[in-house]
Design a protein. Structure first.
Length: 218
């Protein structure tokens, strides 16, 4: 298994594999010198280096913060994030469903807020029952026969506030705590944090698709 960079892409430039001793030989070149650096064999069963608790530093926590920021509301190269997908949506658009049994944008937004709350609660070892809306996971929005613009704004504020509090919990975590599995979770703190960013982008894509489907029906 070759060494990889932070994006898990194999280094190729200046690399030579020695079959006799199973070592990769890397050549670092500069104006002053050229030297060869040998790295010991990496077993195929080992995870990438940045998953090693002994290698983790506060800089890696900052990378995780940047990851969740870009997935939620910071500028990034990959395109629209969750907050960007929700920007400018009216209550009517948020309540539109592609079919009677399908979720709408409004419900996806509150669902995203709920799972940010779960991540925060597990990272901070909080008790259950502090999410301000009764229920879990998916919440009916806006409710039968009700289209309340004030409620839509309140739910958007809730999403923003819980993101801020979740981010604060991530900022407080230590590198070694990233590899612990908190109570009530099946995955590590690291997986919770990276998963929260993936969750935002997954649902951002859904929202973009629902917006396009809605506009095509007009």
């Amino acid at each position: 298994m070759a060494f990889t960079n932070s994006l898990h892409e194999p280094f190729t430039a200046g690399r030579r594999y020695d079959r006799a001793d199973g070592l990769y030989q890397y050549t670092a070149k500069s104006r002053e010198q050229s030297r060869a650096v040998s790295f010991e064999r990496v077993h195929r069963t080992l995870p990438p280096l940045w998953y090693n608790a002994d290698c983790m530093t506060n800089s890696e926590v900052n990378v995780l913060l940047a990851m969740i920021d870009q997935a939620f509301d910071h500028k990034s190269w990959h395109g629209t994030n969750l907050r960007g997908a929700l920007r400018g949506i009216s209550p009517e658009e948020a309540a539109w469903r592609p079919a009677a049994t399908r979720h709408n944008i409004w419900e996806i937004a509150v669902h995203a807020a709920y799972w940010k709350y779960i991540v925060r609660r597990r990272l901070a070892s909080e008790g259950r029952g502090s999410f301000p809306i009764k229920g879990s996971n998916w919440f009916e929005r806006p409710g039968p026969g009700v289209l309340d613009a004030g409620l839509w704004k309140a739910d958007m504020r809730l999403l923003n506030e819980i993101h801020v509090s979740m981010r604060a919990a991530v900022a407080e975590i230590t590198p070694r705590e990233l590899h612990r599995t908190p109570a009530g979770s099946k995955v590590s703190n690291l997986a919770l944090i990276t998963g929260s960013a993936a969750h935002d982008l997954y649902h951002a894509g859904q929202i973009q698709l629902l917006k396009r489907l809605n506009s095509s029906k007009r």
